[in-house]
Design a protein around this ligand. Structure first.
Ligand code: NDP
Ligand code: TDO
Ligand code: MG
Length: 297
């Protein structure tokens, strides 16, 4: 199985590259400057030059707060760019996997969101990702849109690395306790994506494998609970630690509004694809261990 991944330095792209061999897959990472999602005209030609069996779009504009002041760029990359990737895949008769987000929902519900729930993004990032979902679905029926949440990994920018960095600088960190979701390991996402790719290729006409799926770690936490667990694990391994002061969203103002309830119901992907990601607690430990022992890039 040869997988063309859009994204080179991102968390999910790098995790896909690390997990490919375990799935008997070969991954080619494609990113800027060769392929720029903000400039969709060249995408088809770039993909056509590299042979593959399936396309995974793991690249996006992910700076949630910054997106509020750059809506055109966010929508170009996450909306139009994602649609162009799917269009190029369709032109080559390849399935496409698009990664999307919990932030397409407003978080007002008191239960986990299902795929049938109506999205209502609170901010520019979520809106741009929803435009991307719609553009992918319009470009080809041969797609799987995987909505995940709160991605962390040893790579790039994520909440785990932010907390460990802040803990080196201070003793106490205020963290919001009234936003709840599922922290999800990029490596677990990679395993799920690779299984979905294999299923799409094995059963090219099966409609139940296609469409929108929710795919997060099992379990849930507030950001404050997540931070506490990060420091507990870090302390065990002799790493930096801090006290977590739980605060409300109103005490931690940010440019973008975020959903209070980010929980996603993942029953559909379990039934259709046989994918169930581990509980977030289990995957956090190896990530922190790696962050504390490996030189960082
Ligand atoms: N991070 C999270 O918590 C969550 C993310 N998601 C979604 O998961 C996917 C993967 O996210 P994640 O791995 O965290 O992403 P990262 O933020 O780690 O990386 C984003 C990647 O996208 C690339 N990229 C950004 N702009 C462009 C562009 N114009 N053209 C080509 N590539 C570009 C970046 O390239 P470069 O290295 O050159 O900057 C980078 O490699 C995205 O679709 C995201 O929306 C969903 C839920 C949660
Ligand atoms: C750094 C920090 C953040 N927070 C809050 C702000 C926010 O409500 C929450 C998380 O902040 P971050 O900016 O790290 O996370 P954020 O960028 O909102 O993460 C999101 O990224 C996009 C790409 C997604 O798709 C989402 O699933 C989600 O993972 O924690 C604190 O309360 N204290 C802190 O010290
Ligand atoms: Mg952020």
């Amino acid at each position: 199985m040869r997988i063309l991944v859009i994204g080179k330095e991102g968390q999910v792209a790098r995790a896909l590259a690390e997990r490919a061999a375990a799935h008997g897959a070969v991954v080619t990472l494609i990113g800027r400057p060769l392929l720029d999602l903000a400039d969709p005209s060249g995408i088809g030609d770039v993909l056509a030059e590299i042979s593959g069996d399936v396309v995974v779009n793991a690249a996006a504009y992910t700076a949630v707060d910054q997106a509020e002041t750059e809506p055109e760029l966010a929508e170009a990359i996450n909306g139009i760019g994602a649609g162009a990737v799917a269009g190029a895949a369709a032109a080559m008769n390849l399935p496409v996997v698009q990664i999307s987000t919990d932030y397409v929902f407003d978080g007002a519900a008191s239960r986990p969101y299902g795929e049938g729930d109506v999205p209502a993004p609170l901010g520019v990032y979520g809106k741009s990702k929803l435009l991307g979902e719609q553009a992918v679905a319009a470009a080809t029926a041969n797609h799987a849109i995987l909505r995940t949440s709160w991605i962390y990994s040893p790579f790039g920018r994520n909440f785990v690395r932010t907390m460990l960095r802040l803990a080196r600088e201070r003793d106490e960190i205020s963290v919001v306790a009234d936003q709840v979701g599922a922290p999800t390991s990029a490596h677990d996402i990679a395993d799920g994506v690779l299984t979905v790719c294999r299923n799409l290729l094995a059963r090219p006409h099966e409609r139940s494998l296609r469409g929108i799926f929710h795919m997060t770690a099992a379990g849930s936490a507030s950001w404050a609970e997540f931070a506490s667990e990060i420091f507990a694990r870090s302390a065990q391994l002799g790493g930096p630690t801090a006290r977590v002061l739980p605060v409300s969203t109103s005490d931690y103002p940010t440019p973008a509004r975020r959903p209070a309830n980010s929980r996603l119901d993942c029953a559909k992907i379990a039934a259709a694809h046989g994918v169930t990601l581990p509980d977030w607690h289990a995957s956090l430990q190896p990530c922190i261990s790696r962050l504390l022992t490996e030189p960082q890039s």
